[in-house]
Design a protein around this ligand. Structure first.
Ligand SMILES: NC(=O)c1ccc[n+]([C@@H]2O[C@H](COP(=O)([O-])OP(=O)(O)OC[C@H]3O[C@@H](n4cnc5c(N)ncnc54)[C@H](O)[C@@H]3O)[C@@H](O)[C@H]2O)c1
Length: 436
C-alpha cells in the first residue's frame, strides 16, 4: 500500500520505516530540510536501537523515501499518517497548530479518497477538528481515523513491529478496514486490534500514559516514606509487584519522570478535564509529586554537603537522556539537577553513552563532557547516577573509589546494593533505601 507519514520525528520515522519493512511503499515527510537531507544521505537523526539498519534496508529496497514535499507524498498515498509534534501550549493544553496545519496541507493535496490517520497524541475532539480542517479546503472524499501510538522510546522499533495492542478509532467502516489491513501483518500471532470511536481512542492514549506516570509518582512517594520509617523501598516494591493484579512495570522509584510525553500528556489531559468542569485530582498530585521529585537529588546533595557546600565542588553525572537507549533529553531529570548544581557554583562533568551531542546543545561549555563514565567521576566530590543505562549497573567500584576525590554516590535509580557500597567505603544515597 502507498503511505505518507507527515512528521519524521521519533514517532514518524519509526512508523514509516516499520510500515515499509512490511512491504508498503512509504514516503516520510518533514518540514525540516536538514533532517530530510541527512536521512537521504543515510544518516539517522535520532538514536533508537535497531532503527538505522531498518531504515537502510528499506531505503535500499526502494520502499522508503524522504521528502519535504508534502503535496507530492500525499497525492498518491492511500493512507496518510499525521505524526507531528503536539507540544504543550497555554495553560497546559496541547498546541494543535502543527496537527491542523498538516491537516490543511493534506486536504489541499489529496486527489482521491484518502484515509488520514491521526497518530500524534492529541486531545479528545482532535480527529473531528482535523476532519473539519480538511473539509474546509477540499471536496475529495476522505475519512479521518485516530490511531494513537504507544511505542516506547528506546524500544520503539520492537514496540512498533510487535505492539501490545493497536487502537483504531474510526467511524467509517471503509477507513477502519483499510487501517486494520495495514496492521494485520504485525499481529499474526494474536489479533490485538481494538476498534472504537475516535474520542475513546484519543482518550485511551492519555489515560494509558497517565496511569503509568501515576505508578511512578506513587512509588516515589512510598520511597519517601521508606526513608522516614527505615524501610527499604526495593523490598517493598518487590512485595507489591509480586501481586499479579499489580505487576512489576513502572514501580521503580527515580529522579522523576521526564521525556516528551508523560509531563505534557498529563497536563493536556488535565486541561481537557478543566474545559469540561472536572478537576482530575489524582493527576494533579502525580504532577506535584513529580515536580518535587526532580529536585530530590539536588536536595540530597545539599543535605550532604551543607547549604553552601556545593560551591567549587566537582561532580560527575552518569546519564543524561530521560531514559536509557535514547538520545532524547526532552524533560530529562538530568537537566534540573545539572542546572541546580551549576547554580550553586559546582563544576559538572557528564557522561552518557549516546546523549552527549544533545547535551552539548543544552549546556554548551557550561559543563565538561567525559568520554567514559570513569573519566566523568575522576576527581569528583560525588557522583550522580541519573539514567539507568546498562553500563552503569555494574561498574568497577574499586576503580571508581580510587579515582574520586571523595567516594560519595547519589543514585537516582537505586541501582546498587547499599550494604555492598558501604562495605566498599562509599557514602551511598539512593531513594528509599536503607543499609540495614
Ligand atoms: N516520542 C514518543 O515516544 C511518542 C510516543 C507516542 C506518541 N508520541 C506523540 O507523537 C507525536 C510526535 O512525537 P515525536 O516525539 O515524534 O515528535 P518530534 O518532535 O520528534 O517530531 C515531529 C516532527 O514533525 C515535523 N513537522 C511538524 N510539522 C510538520 C508539517 N506540517 N509537515 C511535515 N513535518 C512536520 C517536525 O519538523 C518534526 O521533525 C506527538 O504528538 C507525541 O506526543 C510520541
Amino acid at each position: 500500500m502507498r503511505i505518507a507519514v507527515i512528521g519524521t520525528g521519533y514517532v514518524g520515522l519509526v512508523v514509516g520505516t516499520g510500515f515499509s519493512d512490511f512491504g508498503n511503499d512509504v514516503t516520510c515527510v518533514d518540514v525540516d530540510q536538514a533532517k530530510v537531507e541527512a536521512l537521504r544521505r543515510g544518516e539517522i537523526p535520532i538514536y533508537e536501537p535497531g532503527l538505522e539498519e531498518l531504515v537502510h534496508r528499506n531505503v535500499r529496497a526502494g520502499r522508503l523515501h524522504f521528502t519535504t514535499d508534502l503535496a507530492e507524498a500525499v497525492r498518491d498515498a492511500k493512507v496518510v499518517f499525521i505524526a507531528v509534534q503536539t507540544p504543550e501550549g497555554e495553560d497546559g493544553a496541547a498546541d494543535l497548530r502543527y496537527v491542523l496545519a498538516a491537516a490543511r496541507q493534506i486536504g489541499e493535496a489529496i486527489r482521491d479518497y484518502t484515509v488520514v490517520v491521526q497518530k500524534s497524541t492529541a486531545p479528545v475532539g482532535t480527529t473531528d477538528r482535523i476532519a473539519e480542517e480538511i473539509a474546509s479546503v477540499t471536496r475529495v472524499p476522505f475519512d479521518v481515523v485516530c490511531n494513537p501510538e504507544f511505542l516506547r522510546q528506546g524500544a520503539a522499533v520492537s514496540d512498533f513491529l510487535s505492539p501490545d495492542r493497536v487502537v483504531i478509532g474510526a467511524r467509517s467502516e471503509r477507513a477502519r478496514s483499510l487501517v486494520a489491513e495495514l496492521y494485520a501483518p504485525f499481529l499474526r500471532k494474536s489479533n490485538r486490534i481494538l476498534f472504537m470511536d475516535p474520542r475513546s481512542a484519543e482518550l485511551c492514549k492519555y489515560a494509558a500514559n497517565s496511569m503509568l506516570a501515576t505508578r511512578i509518582s506513587f512509588m516515589n512517594e512510598i520511597a519517601r516514606l521508606c526513608e522516614k520509617v527505615g524501610a527499604d523501598v526495593e523490598l517493598v516494591r518487590q512485595g507489591v509487584a509480586a501481586d499479579h493484579r499489580i505487576g512489576p512495570a513502572f514501580l521503580f522509584p527515580g529522579p522523576g519522570f521526564g521525556g516528551s510525553c508523560f509531563p505534557k500528556d498529563i497536563r493536556a489531559l488535565r486541561a481537557t478535564a478543566r474545559e469540561h468542569g472536572l478537576d482530575l485530582a489524582i493527576l494533579k498530585a502525580v504532577e506535584e509529586v513529580n515536580e518535587e521529585q526532580k529536585q530530590m537529588l539536588l536536595r540530597k546533595a545539599l543535605r550532604h554537603f551543607g547549604d553552601r557546600g556545593l560551591d567549587g565542588k566537582a561532580f560527575g553525572v552518569w546519564g543524561l537522556a530521560f531514559k536509557p537507549k535514547t538520545d532524547d533529553m526532552r524533560g530529562a531529570p538530568a537537566i534540573p539537577l545539572i542546572e541546580g548544581l551549576l547554580g550553586k557554583g559546582a563544576k559538572v562533568t557528564v557522561h552518557d553513552p549516546v546523549a552527549m551531542p544533545t547535551a552539548r546543545r543544552i549546556f554548551g561549555d557550561r559543563v565538561l563532557y567525559a568520554e567514559s563514565p570513569y573519566k566523568a567521576a575522576e576527581g569528583a566530590d560525588a557522583l550522580f547516577v541519573v539514567t539507568e543505562w546498562h553500563e552503569f549497573r555494574h561498574p568497577d567500584f574499586e576503580r571508581l573509589r580510587a579515582s574520586m576525590k571523595s567516594p560519595v554516590i547519589f543514585d537516582g535509580r537505586n541501582l546498587y546494593d547499599p550494604r555492598r557500597l558501604q562495605s566498599l567505603g562509599f557514602t551511598y544515597h539512593a531513594f528509599g533505601r536503607s543499609a540495614k
